[in-house]
Design a protein around this ligand. Structure first.
Ligand code: PLP
Length: 389
């Protein structure tokens, strides 16, 4: 094989490619059916119908009612809208979240703290798991919201949503979950799990970027933070991103249809990767050994910087990511790995591989063929040496 032509994408946690079938359903709404869904003539009515069809598909995917689905610009907006929306509707109170949430949740909570809300950032165990007993202990008479993600974006750990949801329902506390990474990778039913608010993002399940969903259980007291034309039940006014909504609807329909087979296939590839990588010296698995997303592998290599590992893998045609990825110019190690108790060096040497529907056995074999030589070369060059070497 000529390595110049190898491109193996193992970063589906960052984003996924738009599916051809999804693009096909979107195109008419960028071309001939370009009407504004709020207008009265036929191309506008077509657009309105397409938006409402997509809403039904999303509702069906999570066991909700279409009236409880609000389209947003993505996962970040849905998380902000959920948490700030509940907080401002209540005016004051206490919020419980975990220390391993996505920054869309954490930074919203930090901002609300500055505005006078109390926030508890729960500790997780060494696998990145939030224990329901820990949630229960943190609840006070002032608790207005519990926000715990369904599955972690870095280490893939799946949280005990059912237990946390039951707890929240018993105490009458609103329960939000960021299900951006979970949808299509595990069953999610808002009624079974007692979820009041749930965030989704189209580009994580082969839909378009810039479109997301916030599920809001009927009767939940929530305030919008945008004001305007009244679209999306006044929760998210502004002319709808019709093509994006249509694409998201088709993508979620396909994701749910194909989920059982996808889980089975990706789990097998994931486990083969983990088994192969753990044969190398001085490497550890991050995240839960079994309660993890089907396509997620997160490992730490001692004596290596994650960034140099990514560049070396890129030269071999493999796209992956690292917990030490320097978002916003900072080289801070991943807050998720640190919260799980890893030291700086181990957190910096992390590698995340997130598999998707196009990955094959051959991709896994190729990765396992190249990783030993890449690791050996980087360790030889590394300034982080074994203490006794
Ligand atoms: N929440 C989680 C768990 C994510 O992984 C992401 C994206 O990486 C987001 C929220 C943000 O979603 P978006 O990119 O649609 O704003």
């Amino acid at each position: 094989m000529n390595k110049r032509f190898i491109f193996i994408y193992m970063d589906h946690g960052a984003t996924t490619p738009l599916r051809e079938e999804v693009l096909e359903t979107m195109l008419p709404y960028l071309k001939e059916n370009f009407g504004n869904p709020s207008s009265v003539y036929s191309i506008a009515r077509e657009a309105r119908k397409a938006v409402e069809d997509a809403r039904e598909k999303v509702a069906k995917a999570i066991g909700a009612d279409p009236q409880e689905i609000i389209f947003t610009s993505g996962g970040t907006e849905a998380d902000n809208m959920a948490i700030r929306g509940i907080a401002t509707a209540k005016g004051k109170g206490h919020i419980i979240t975990s220390s391993i949430e996505h920054h869309a949740v954490l930074d919203t909570c930090h901002a609300l703290e500055k505005e006078g809300f109390a926030v508890t950032y729960l500790e997780v165990d060494k696998y990145g798991m939030v224990h329901p007993e820990v949630v229960e202990k943190a609840i006070t008479d002032d608790t207005i919201l519990i926000s715990i993600m369904a599955a972690n974006n870095e280490v893939g750990t799946i949280q005990p949503l059912k237990e946390i949801g039951r707890l929240a329902a018993e105490k009458g506390i609103t329960f939000h979950t960021d299900a951006v990474q979970a949808i299509g990778n595990m069953p999610l039913d808002v009624n079974e799990l007692n979820i009041d608010l749930l965030s989704l993002s189209g580009h994580k399940f082969y839909g378009p970027k810039g479109i997301g969903v916030l599920y809001i259980r009927r009767g939940t007291k929530i305030r919008p933070f945008f004001f305007g034309g009244g679209q999306e039940k006044k929760m998210r006014p502004g002319t709808e991103n019709v093509a994006g909504i249509v694409g998201l609807g088709r993508a979620i329909e396909l994701a749910i249809e194909e989920m059982p087979e996808k889980i089975r296939r990706l789990q097998a590839l994931r486990d083969k990767l983990i088994e192969g990588i753990l044969k190398l010296d001085d490497v550890r698995l991050n995240g839960h050994p079994t309660q993890r997303l089907p396509g997620n592998v997160n490992v730490s290599f001692q004596y290596i910087e994650g960034e140099s590992l990514l560049l070396s893998l890129d030269l071999k045609g493999i796209a992956a990511s690292s917990g030490s990825a320097c978002t916003s110019g900072s080289l801070d190690p991943s807050h998720v790995l640190m919260a799980m108790g890893l030291d700086h060096q181990t957190a910096h040497g992390s590698l995340r591989l997130t598999l998707g529907r196009d990955n094959t056995e051959e991709d896994v074999e190729y990765f396992l063929k190249v990783i030993p030589e890449v690791v050996e070369r980087l360790r030889k060059m590394s300034s982080i040496k074994k203490a006794n070497s």
